[in-house]
Unconditional design. Structure first.
Lengths: 212, 997
């Protein structure tokens, strides 16, 4: 009787913990625990627009003009709004980007804002991934243009979207080419135990007409 | 007690018989059995002592007493015995002397009892005295020559035990011999062991405890409650069958040690006095080896020696006038709670589960019993269990639970979507998203399992599905929030006009909805982004690695994801221009043309009517519908003149360009720009923001969907069947250049548009199906000034513009100038042969064959008088033209194309063929449909379908050099070095072909 009682208790405990682990948001709670939360604030967000200035808002709160470097935000998903500073009011639309901040990593938006919905640059962020091999990381790459060819260190990989492309950890140069769009090239760091997400945005090449 | 009484006992009530049951221990045993629901029969002599116990037990009503005189009759009559407790030890302890009569009687009782109990397969326990057994053993061990008296308690016990042992051997009865230790406890008024009785008496009544001899005699004690628990446990257990068991505390105690224990408890006596033994029967050595202790059979001593001793001292004090002052407070506390609390079955179960934690409520006791090794082992086991749970069991439970939740929530979501309940949709997608993340997290937890089994590839393959599903649900979450304003606009939209076409008094506007669509666009972009990643992940899944029984599911899932992806992608694009088209910033004005494709023209058919509608903040603010010949007449009256396009002059000579001929140009964008001037001159608006052209096929489909429509001045319901007869009745013109007013068509156009625009979006589902089909087949075409909208429509082939992509194949544009509906009676066959000579040269051969099934010349049918235009690339070198009337063809450049034009007529019941051949050569900055890469030749062919055309078959054949290897020719059939396809040209067609170089 005692043995069966113990067995029932163990089974119930396992069930309880299994359901508890399923529903309980360990990470979310950990983020708010004293001392532990420090580890979740080890984040960096860089927002740049190389040839212009843009006002940066994060979840509606202003953080000044680009370039902006914000550290120690709690890991999680954020809405970054970029409003290009221009003398002609309303010519450039504000743009919102959803980006993840992951502990011990740097997320970056490097974006040039053009008229209408035209953007040129990239959004880059990391997410944790414990399913890879030692010294390996993964890469996910997309582009706003269709049929974009992706190159890593000048070696053609595939057309976008590319998902879970496995690479050794280290530095690489990403190049994105699409017909009718300007090329996009930038350096990235692939880190072990992370998936590097890159969203590329390419300006369409202006069409020239011969006027006879 | 007989069969009659026993028959009243229910079958499940056990019957227990206690022989020699008129003593304290038997009383306790009977009481416990009664509490457990047993029927108890006590057999003993009816004495003052036993009477006292029976009267107590009688209160329960389930007990019977039998005197030994009636034992024989009882055993003969009884129908069932489940348990027999033969208390031989108690019988022997009661009387120190036994004569032959007693001996014989006892053996007879024993014999009868065993026979009866065995008859009913009862469980039998012979309870004897451990003390007497030890005494007997020591006598024999110390002096083998010594013999006990023939009729003594020792001999009776020895006889009883031996008889039972032999009985088991003979009959295989379910019998055990239980040697019970010396009983102590509160209810024991006098201990049966003389030595111990004296010890307790001295301790409670004298100043010193007198011990005769050295006090080394060994005693086996047992508390009364432990004894009852033990007797029952050992009797109930089948493991004890045929065994001899010692039921007593596991530790032996000497007289001296018990004496010291008594002194510790601050009794009356304060010292021990040893007295020299006078008799010569000193036992030199206690060599007694007791039978296996009851602990072997999971019996456990519950009352400590100290507690038992205290109770026994209490009992001795109660007999005397003296009072024991020790530790009164503690002992009274134990007596306080007398209330019996009974539990329900559920209560008992919960109590059972919670029993391990009960000790926590008495921390003092808990800490007294701390066993650090056990704590360590328990902790290790707990941590191990926790790790196994976290990394193995919990993930599997989590994946199963999460998958179930996703599945059930997905079903709920589809219901909510059909009800357009956005709060529910949003909640359910959020919940779906959370659960899919949970499933992914759980799946990650079992990565180690795949790693140690070297199955990472299988993990990756499965993980793609999990990751993809998570992305889909996250995408759904973004899309729902992003599309909510649009969905709410559709749900809440109230038309500004009534069914009769009159404007409503209060008009709702939807600026906030439209602004929200714009503001939420980034969410749609995010949703589309995630969906494209999901589609990429799931498409890459290697289905071969899945077990057969789920392969089909994976295939279906892949297909579903592809469908969702192709549905979702356009949403983001549409959200870009939709608010603008619906006038979020300023009023937008659109021209709607009704074209009769029974009489085909450039953009679809003869234009009979037009409408101008203005939309602002998502609401219709103006609607004007008229006969296009009214407009022509009005403009002529006002004196407006318009320059006739050159190509029209060359084709139709002296025809005056007017609003009804605005679709001479097959480019809808050009028609929009040309119409703008007419509309401006008519005073219907300064500019147009877009044009929508509908044809008669669309009208027929709408009429079918509605089952007909009422039209002013028409007595019959207008349906798709009687549509043309009404059109023809109304037609009076003799020549295509005449004014061709049609009151019927104007009224019909008015009724249809009013019905569409006065109906709520949610109630127009049938019309949307018709619209969707008509857009695909170009029975509805659009052109907007909004470039994003135009790009989107163009990419879907929903516009009617001769874009550069169509240069890859010849474009055929017909213009019926016969003033009849001959297009309803003709069959057309296109034959296009593309002969790729080499990587720089392609020969095209294009034939159009028309068969005219018209039977007579009237307003409906007749000769097909058709001005044909074939658009080919500017750099095409024409090599052959045949089939044009009188071989008088015209060649000119228009809309970025080279046009071959001329009359291509087909008489009644006749057929005609036109044949045009040309060559394309790869030259700088000129069009060439083959693209060369390092490894491949790629060719994309886009075939243009003239809006309004019907019943056209198309035969495509591509011949390529023998040395080229065809790699991709989706939709084409390959025969040697030719790829073919025959199809109905119901919409624009796209082919992508590639060869390995």
């Amino acid at each position: 009787m005692k043995k069966s009682k113990t067995a029932i208790i163990i089974v119930l405990l396992i069930l309880f913990f299994s359901i508890f682990f399923f529903f309980f948001p360990l990470n979310e709670v950990a983020k708010n625990l004293p001392i532990v939360k420090v580890f979740y604030r080890n984040t960096v967000l860089e927002v740049t627009s190389p040839n212009s200035k843009a006002l940066v808002k994060i979840d509606g709160k202003e953080y000044g003009s680009t370039p902006v470097n914000i550290t120690n935000l709690v890991a999680g998903e954020y809405q970054i709004e970029m409003i290009k500073e221009s003398s002609s009011e309303g010519f450039y639309k504000p743009h919102i980007f959803n980006i993840w901040l992951t502990k011990n990593s740097t997320s970056r938006i490097n974006m040039e804002i053009g008229p209408d919905d035209n953007l040129h640059g990239f959004e880059l962020y990391y997410t944790e991934d414990n399913t890879g091999d030692i010294n390996m990381g993964k890469l996910t790459l997309t582009s706003n243009a269709s049929d974009t060819k992706a190159y890593i260190d000048n070696e053609y990989i595939n057309k976008t979207p590319i998902t879970n492309h496995i690479l050794n950890k280290g530095e690489y140069t990403i190049k994105m080419e699409s017909e009718g769009y300007e090329d996009l090239e930038f350096p990235v760091v692939v880190s072990e135990g992370h998936i590097l997400h890159i969203k590329g945005h390419q300006f369409p090449i202006p069409v020239s007409f011969d006027i006879n | 007690m007989g069969k009659e009484d026993l028959s009243r006992i229910k079958g499940q009530v056990p019957v227990s018989v206690i022989v020699h049951g008129g003593n304290y221990i038997s009383y306790l045993l009977a009481k416990t059995l009664l509490e457990q629901g047993s029927y108890v029969v006590i057999i003993d002599k009816y004495s003052n002592n036993s009477k006292q116990y029976f009267s107590q037990l009688k209160k329960s009503g389930k007990v019977s007493f039998i005197d030994f005189k009636g034992i024989k009759g009882f055993y003969e009559k009884i129908a069932r015995v489940d348990y027999l407790y033969y208390m031989l030890g108690e019988r022997i302890e009661e009387s120190p002397t036994i004569d032959s009569k007693d001996f014989l009687s006892e053996t007879d009782y024993l014999n009868q009892s065993l026979s009866c109990a065995n008859k009913y397969k009862a469980k039998i326990s012979l309870i004897t005295s451990l003390r007497l057994n030890r005494e007997l053993s020591n006598i024999i061990n110390n002096d083998a020559s010594t013999k006990t008296k023939a009729y003594s308690p020792l001999e009776l016990q020895r006889y009883g035990e031996n008889y039972c042992a032999e009985y088991v051997d003979k009959t295989k009865a379910n019998l055990r011999i239980i040697r019970l230790g010396t009983l102590v406890g509160r209810g024991v008024s006098q201990i049966s062991d003389i030595t111990l009785d004296k010890l307790f008496f001295d301790a409670t009544q004298k100043h010193q405890i007198e011990i005769t001899g050295e006090g080394l005699e060994i005693h086996n004690l047992i508390h009364e409650s432990d004894a009852i628990y033990g007797i029952l446990k050992l009797t109930f257990s089948d493991d004890t069958k045929g065994e001899v068991i010692s039921l007593c505390n596991k530790n032996d105690y000497s007289t001296l040690s018990i004496a010291y224990k008594l002194l510790e408890l601050d009794v009356e006596a304060k010292a021990i006095k040893f007295i020299e033994r006078e008799d010569a029967n000193t036992i030199l050595q206690d060599l007694y080896v007791p039978a296996p202790n009851a602990t072997v059979y999971d019996w456990k001593q519950n009352v400590t020696l100290e507690q038992a001793t205290i109770e026994q001292i209490d009992s001795y004090y109660e007999k005397s006038d003296k009072k024991w002052e020790i530790d009164k407070t503690d002992r009274t506390k134990e007596k306080v709670v007398e209330t019996t609390v009974s539990k329900t079955k559920l209560g008992e179960f919960l109590s059972l589960l919670a029993s391990p934690f009960k000790k926590i409520s008495t921390p003092k006791k808990l800490f007294e019993k701390i066993n650090y090794t056990r704590i360590f082992i328990t902790s290790i086991l707990f941590i191990l269990l926790l790790l196994i749970t976290y990394y193995l069991i919990s993930p599997f439970i989590g994946i199963s639970l999460g998958s179930y939740l996703i599945y059930s929530q997905g079903k709920q979501l589809s219901n909510s979507i059909s009800e357009l309940d956005f709060d529910k949709i949003q909640k359910e997608t959020e919940s779906l998203s959370k659960n899919s993340i949970r499933v992914e997290n759980n799946f990650n937890k079992i990565f180690w399992l795949f790693k140690i089994t070297n199955s990472q590839d299988e993990f990756s393959n499965l993980y793609q599905i999990v990751q993809g599903t998570k992305l889909i649900s996250e995408s759904g979450e973004d899309l729902v929030v992003g599309l909510r304003p649009f969905g709410e606009y559709i749900r809440d939209y109230e038309p500004s006009i009534n069914e009769d076409g009159a404007e409503k008094e209060s008009i709702e506007e939807y600026k906030e909805y439209l602004s929200a669509i714009k503001d939420n666009r980034y969410l749609l972009q995010e949703g589309v982004y995630k969906m494209s990643l999901a589609q990429n992940l799931i498409t890459k899944v290697d289905t071969r690695k899945y077990p057969n029984f789920i392969k089909d599911f994976v295939y279906q899932y892949k297909e579903l994801v592809n469908q969702i992806d192709s549905t979702v992608k356009p949403l983001e694009k549409v959200s870009e221009f939709l608010p603008d088209l619906l006038g979020v910033d300023q009023r937008k004005r659109y021209l709607i043309l009704l074209q009769d494709n029974g009489e085909i023209r450039g953009s679809g058919g003869w234009i009979s009517n037009y409408a101008v509608i203005a939309i602002e903040n998502g609401q219709i603010h103006e609607i004007f519908i008229d006969d296009i010949y009214n407009a022509q007449a009005l403009l002529a009256l006002k004196g407006f003149k318009y320059r006739t396009p050159n190509s029209m002059t060359r084709a139709l000579q002296d025809v005056t360009y007017s609003f009804p001929l605005v679709n001479w140009d097959p480019n809808l964008e050009n028609i929009l720009l040309s119409s703008e001037q007419f509309i401006y001159d008519l005073g219907k608006g300064e500019q147009l923001d877009g044009i929508i052209a509908l044809d008669a096929v669309f009208l027929q489909r709408v009429l079918d969907a509605w089952g007909g429509v009422e039209v002013a001045a028409e007595s019959d319901l207008i349906t798709s069947e009687n549509l043309y007869s009404n059109i023809l009745e109304d037609s009076t013109s003799q020549s295509p250049t005449e004014i061709r007013r049609s009151t019927f068509l104007t009224d019909l156009f008015n009724s249809v548009l009013t019905k569409i625009f006065s109906t709520k979006f949610t109630e127009n589902s049938k019309v949307y199906e018709v619209i969707s089909k008509s857009i695909d087949e170009k029975n509805i075409i659009f052109a907007f000034k909004n470039s994003s909208a135009n790009t989107y429509l163009s990419s879907n082939g929903w516009t009617s513009n001769l874009e550069s992509k169509y240069q890859s194949t010849p474009i055929n544009i017909d213009w019926n100038w016969g003033n009849n509906k001959a297009n309803l009676f003709i069959k057309k066959n296109h034959i296009l042969s593309i002969n790729i000579k080499d990587e720089n040269t392609i020969d095209y051969s294009y034939q159009i064959a028309i068969q005219n099934d018209s039977k007579e010349e009237d307003k409906l049918e007749g000769a097909y008088i058709n001005y044909l235009r074939v658009y080919i690339p500017l750099n095409a070198q024409l090599t052959y033209i045949r089939g044009i009337v009188d071989n008088k063809y015209d060649i000119y450049n228009e809309n970025g194309y080279q046009v071959v034009a001329g009359w291509f007529n087909t008489p009644i019941q006749d057929s005609a063929t036109v044949d045009i051949r040309y060559r394309l050569k790869q030259e700088d900055s000129s069009f060439f449909p083959i693209e060369k890469t390092d490894t491949h030749y790629n060719m994309i062919l886009d075939i243009y379908k003239q809006p309004g055309s019907r019943m056209e078959s198309y035969s495509l054949s591509i011949t390529y050099p023998q040395e080229w290897t065809l790699e991709n020719s989706r939709g084409l059939t390959r025969i040697e070095n030719t790829a073919n396809r025959r199809f109905e040209l119901s919409s624009d067609q796209h082919f992508s072909i590639s060869w390995v170089r």
